[in-house]
Design a protein. Sequence first.
Length: 385
Amino acid sequence: MNAEPTESSKGQMNIRFLNITLLAFAVLANPCAFSSQLLYVSSSGENTILAYAVNQETGELALKFKTGLSSSPGFITFSPDGRLMYVGTHEDGAAGVATLQRNDDGSLSLEGQAQATSSCTYMSTDKAGQFLLACHYSAGEISIYRIVDGICTSEMTEHKKTEHTAHCIELDPSGRFVFVPHTSPNKVYQFRFNAQDGTLTPNDPPFVEGPDKNHRYHEPRHYVHHPVLDMAYTSSEFGGGITAWKFDPVTGTLKRLKTLSTLRPQSVGKFYAADIWMTPNGRFAYVSNRDQTPREPGDPKQDSLAGFSLDSKTGEMTAVGSFPAPNEPYAFCIDRSGRFVYSAGTSTSTLFAYRIDQQTGRLTHFATYPTGKGTVSLICGDTKE
């Protein structure tokens, strides 16, 4: 039986939601609140991280920095205060996590290199910036590494075996619960997180099932939590889909609600959804779709980004459209102001820029840029300059 929330816990939740709502309103009221931003792109094929200056008025990009690494970069995430960047690395079978300092102008300098058990498919930090949580796709494992003075170390505080294809690891807004989508077993694992010692305890139940495997769209891949509502959303890799989940903030468990297609109605072929992002105000969510259909010359690929509006009270999803994307949009991101989307084509070394219609959520593709080979992660960060 689920415990009823106490008056104290209700008050804490109300305060949390009020603070988040005020933050979302501030961004909407002042769309240029983030007056200086950089878009960081990891190029695994060139062992570099590219940084583009974002024009906050137009969303246009200008290449500003290129940072070379000694090994191939993968997933990128920031420390809670944004001062540090953590990058999953791999080279000749050796996996690790690089810590880079973000200087005032957004340039990067290497501060540390930690060893990892295997390639870190996805990473996130706890709210205090004391631990780095990582999932390992091929090994079917999750691990937590201690952060000391901002530097990710090789010391593990947790290492758990789950199942093959652990694809993402994220915390809820309170920082007390962790969710790990797995594609091939069609599950989202659920844990309680101890922020004092960096350990995990399986929740009850330890996982929830994704959409039925007879469903056209299943296999949860990436996870995003709504900033205000007790809702979460996952991309469904197989067939291309998005699933809405009801989140219980007391028990930290998910209940699957509804799954929609992320493909155009006329799409024919073999499609796999990848990344999922939500605007900072929680109004819109987007999912990238990879077209892996063998096609004849002259038959163009149908890679896309799918957009959904989210009801402000219930979180219910409504499709707003499907928009062309570069080939193999493994990763994309939304800028800090919530007005622009950037999507990279892993197979084409191109980067698409889109403008978000703030009323409808529809995307307008306004520019294409060359970028590094083998792009696997994008993220925007504000700078002091």
